[in-house]
Write a protein that binds this ligand. Structure first.
Ligand code: NAP
Length: 272
């Protein structure tokens, strides 16, 4: 059965709307250049902000801006008391280090929860702000009453914004986690031994139906565009049909991720 994120998104939206009616919240989104996928993501963020009464300021810098110019912009936002949270839209042009810019964002304004200090708190189990995509995945599993305690979870993808923090968050829920990547041997065997499979690799049809069993819960984080220009995940249609529960793409994790970003903004506003 396919599972969707719309209801969770609406539930979070209502909470954000209530929070925004009692205190001012300002999200600054910084982007460099004209990447079309990132423009679509920013459009979704602006729509969510409009729907909830959050002020969203988009700061667009030209493709040729320097790393120093971008750092100065981030510093100005760090110092601006009106700004609750800062989001850096990626990808950045090659001459700019995304890591350096991310680390320049004040941890107390890190709405994406990806500053090393905030990721360090995740390792230490003292995090108050967590990355939005892993939050969306955990939220989706819990809302669908998927048992996490003791569950064998396989995650495919070990990035610092999705796979790795998600592994930490699921271990915190007492799941037993296997984190896989492009050098993992025998992905199929590992996958078939799992109760829950989460795929965040960015490879269309990476997971085929022979890697999935009938009792499995599959969460597809991947967003790819196929040859017809249609958005698809990392898990094949046949694999999703075979699994007990499988998240839709589009309409699944991605639907919740933007909402979790705003949930983080509310947390930052409370802590400010
Ligand atoms: P990323 O930084 O490119 O990381 C991809 C990970 O997948 C890496 O760890 C890589 O392994 C692994 N991988 C790639 N090919 C593989 C293969 N054939 N077998 C096993 N592992 C493989 O990507 P990301 O930023 O984490 O994003 C992953 C996907 O999620 C993308 O499609 C992205 O668009 C999507 N995404 C969706 C949302 C949402 O809200 N729905 C949010 C964020 C990202 P190595 O480490 O060995 O290279």
């Amino acid at each position: 059965m396919l599972i969707y994120g719309k209801e969770i998104r609406e539930e979070i939206k209502q909470r954000v709307r209530t929070a925004a009616s009692t205190r001012s919240m300002v999200l600054s989104v910084v982007s460099v250049g004209e990447d079309p996928a990132s423009q679509a993501y920013v459009k979704g963020i602006r729509r969510f902000a409009e729907d909830t009464g959050v002020q969203c300021n988009l700061i667009k810098l030209p493709e040729h801006c320097t790393e120093e110019e971008l750092l100065r912009m981030i510093e100005a936002l760090n110092q601006d008391d009106y700004v609750t949270g800062i989001m850096l839209q990626t990808p950045l042009p090659q001459h700019i280090s995304a890591d350096r810019i991310t680390e320049a964002i004040h941890p107390g304004k890190d709405v994406e929860g990806i500053h090393v200090q905030n990721l360090g708190h995740l390792v230490n189990r003292t995090a108050w702000i967590k990355p939005s995509t892993p939050k969306a995945v955990v939220h989706m599993l819990k809302s669908n009453e998927v048992e996490l305690e003791g569950a064998r979870v396989t995650i495919i993808g070990r990035s610092a914004i999705v796979g790795t923090p998600l592994a930490l968050m699921l271990m915190d829920e007492d799941a037993t986690v296997t984190l896989c990547h492009s050098r993992t041997r025998d992905l199929k065997k590992i996958s078939l031994e799992s109760d829950i499979l989460i795929v965040a690799a960015g490879r269309e049809n990476l997971v085929t139906d022979d890697m999935v069993h009938e009792d499995m819960v599959v969460i597809d984080v991947g967003t790819n565009y196929n040859a017809q220009g249609k958005m698809v995940g990392d898990v094949s249609q046949a694999a999703k049909e075979k699994a007990r529960l499988a998240s839709a793409v589009p309409g699944g994790v991605g639907t919740i991720t933007v909402a979790e970003l705003f949930d983080n903004l509310c947390i930052l506003a409370e802590q400010a």
